[in-house]
Design a protein around this ligand. Structure first.
Ligand code: ZN
Length: 192
């Protein structure tokens, strides 16, 4: 278990589609060590999630966890630690929500993206079992952000209005209160 360096925007591996993991290899020491390193690195950086290519490993593995009062995203409802391998996301309807996002691979920048509110996530878990879950609200947005990484997509690419880009300090000064008020009401309505 090791805290690894997180690659930042401009590194080519972040722009490559990560490869499928052979489901018979999920129990291998290599994949299990990768999962452990992803968890350690995500927690060390106070992230809400981390994809394998963010630490330079081009395979379709990501971890997601939101602890209560996460310092980067205190308004996000908690998400228990979840490992997704070869995840496939399918929107369940056309409902979208505008979310102000950041990313450990894009230091000191945030921007507004629209995400699907209701999605189905099919994946393998860390034991190689198939999983088929419905995710909603901000939690669905977090899963979409991490799965985008595995396709070489960053939140930057999904920002429709570039004037929403802010540093974290300017977001705290000028954007956070309004966003948190709106998104808290949304979370109360959707439940996650
Ligand atoms: Zn990210």
């Amino acid at each position: 278990m090791t805290v690894r360096d997180i690659l930042t925007v401009g590194h080519p591996v972040l722009r490559q589609r990560a490869g499928e993991v052979d489901d018979t290899a999920i129990g291998s020491a290599e994949i299990q060590e990768l999962i452990a390193d992803l968890i350690d690195t995500m927690r060390h950086a106070n992230g809400a999630g981390l994809a394998a290519n963010q630490i330079g490993v081009p395979w379709r593995v990501a971890v997601i966890e939101v602890v209560k009062d996460n310092p980067r995203y205190p308004y996000k409802p908690p998400i228990p630690l979840t490992v997704v391998i070869n995840p496939v996301i399918e929107p369940l309807d056309d409902e979208l929500v505008e979310i102000n996002e950041g990313c450990l691979s894009v230091p000191d920048l945030r921007g507004s993206v629209r995400r699907h509110v209701n999605v189905r996530v099919r994946s393998f878990d860390e034991h190689g079992a198939r999983r088929d879950d419905i995710k909603r609200g901000l939690t669905a947005g977090t899963f979409q952000h991490e799965c985008d990484h595995l396709d070489g997509v960053l939140f930057l690419d999904r920002v429709d209005d570039p004037t929403t880009f802010t540093t974290w300090a300017q977001f705290a000064r000028f954007g956070r209160d309004e966003f948190v008020e709106r998104i808290t009401a949304f979370v109360d309505r959707v439940g996650s």
